[in-house]
Design a protein around this ligand. Sequence first.
Ligand code: NAP
Length: 253
Amino acid sequence: MVHSVSGRSVVITGGSKGIGKGIARVFAHAGAKVAIIARHGDQAMAVADEIGHGAMGLGGDVTSAKSLEAAFTEAAKRHGGIDIVCANAGIFPQAALDEMTEAQWDEVSDTNLKGTFLTVKAALPFLKKSEQGRIVITSSITGPITGFPGWTHYAASKAGQLGFMRTACLELAKYGITVNAVMPGNIITEGLIGNGEAYIKSMEASVPLKRLGTVDDIGHAALYFASKEAGYVTGQTIIVDGGQILPESLEAI
Ligand code: NAP
């Protein structure tokens, strides 16, 4: 069990639901001071109350630098700085390539990829003051490794996050800040359930461990990257997918 996030201040974007909520819960139970950001600030506050351990909910939109600056400033003021940021907020609406509009592409790209950049930018002034600044990005297997029809924009944004990470970690090493990414497979969340029952069933069948992941599975991987124990790990990824990317065909499992 990793204990070294105890007393450290963490901000998690997209923490009001799904994976972000799981990360928030795992960090709160490990003794971290948790702040969660989501566009619906009321939901973020309700989830913070549910998590307890002094967690704080804040309204904020990762597509807006101004909004993030306000939320990070408030989190730092109330929690005495920021040591860890989990750039997790993301969306995954499906659209076939031949029907996809420029607006649909931009929405996904602005939230998932530009949103990661803006989140890191807003966190940097605070992370530089921390003795062990940590950035943990929620990427995906979709894009960096696998493909799925309807998600060209999403896949590009998730692969883009890893390109961003590999240069950001070099630039930020001089401040002792590490940058790493968790690559989830199919994790049961409000967002994933929105893809429908047929999607969920077909994914379950393609996972060697024969279950979809839980948000806590991702929370524990994020906790490792954020820990003191992971201080010599930067620019790296961990796939948390129940073995889903490995089989060459369904017959293999
Ligand atoms: P989810 O259940 O739909 O939750 C998304 C969270 O992000 C909510 O808290 C939402 O709150 C917030 N959010 C969305 N747009 C935002 C914005 N512009 N600014 C701030 N917050 C925003 O999604 P999820 O399944 O947990 O996915 C979370 C992350 O994991 C995403 O980056 C996704 O790509 C990645 N991921 C998920 C899976 C999976 O199987 N679930 C697999 C691989 C990767 P508001 O609506 O109030 O803003």
